[in-house]
Write a protein that binds this ligand. Structure first.
Ligand code: COA
Length: 196
């Protein structure tokens, strides 16, 4: 039974399981969904499987030595019992924790030119866009990052042209911190500080 991490009014965020490959591969095969993720473009089933393997490793906090060295916040979260990683977004209206993922949302560690940051990331299947689900999921993850992990701030790494993603970031209280580059793409770092 996959572990439920967070529940909101309409959504359940739970850990991924190996059974989620079909749903993740379908999500990642959509060019429009993946347009601004990483280097951009649809991903193959093999690439989805690699991502899923990384999310399953997150569940166990099994991060390689070089990753831990590069991203010191992961060393900290490894010593705490609270989950840290990318989780499946499912609809509450299904059989809860067993429901098919309609997207993914969660926390990811970054090194932004020497600054250790935690990102709230969100991706949703296209047929579920425009209902406020991403904002609802990402708000819960932001609050979890502040309340449970006690991070001083969270960020979002957003392609310069990704307007809906910037809208979600704004609704999380984020503001444009700086411009950056990721996978050769022009991105913006948006951030919100933890409440005092
Ligand atoms: C970004 C994404 C997660 C948003 O999901 P969502 O559930 O539709 O988001 P919400 O409904 O909570 O909010 C979307 C906001 O973007 C706005 N929006 C959507 N399309 C837009 C467009 N083409 N131009 C301007 N604003 C747009 C909506 O109006 C809404 O803002 P509002 O509440 O101020 O009106 C979804 O579009 C997605 O999965 N995109 C592909 C993956 C991606 O790029 N993820 C973000 C990586 S940083």
């Amino acid at each position: 039974m996959p572990q439920v991490v967070l529940e909101t009014e309409r959504l359940v965020l739970r850990q991924f399981t190996p059974d989620d490959l079909d749903a993740l591969a379908e999500l990642y095969a959509d060019e429009q969904v993946m347009r601004y993720i990483g280097a951009g473009g649809a991903r193959t089933r093999e690439e989805a499987a690699r991502s899923l393997a990384a999310y399953l490793a997150d569940n166990q906090k099994l991060w390689a030595e070089d990753v831990l060295k590069r991203l010191p916040p992961l060393q900290y979260v490894q010593r705490t019992p609270a989950p840290f990683g990318i989780w499946a977004i499912t609809l509450r209206d299904g059989p809860a924790a067993e429901a098919q993922p309609i997207g993914r949302c969660g926390l990811r560690a970054w090194d932004i030119d020497g600054s250790a940051e935690a990102e709230v990331g969100y991706v949703l299947a296209r047929r579920f866009w425009g209902r406020g689900y991403a904002t609802e999921a990402a708000r819960a993850v932001r609050d979890f990052a502040f309340r449970v992990h006690e991070f001083p701030r969270v960020i979002s790494v957003i392609h310069r042209d990704n307007v809906p993603c910037k809208r979600v970031a704004a609704k999380l209280g984020m503001t444009h911190l700086r411009d950056w580059e990721n996978h050769g793409q022009p991105v913006e770092i948006h951030a919100v500080e933890a409440p005092r």
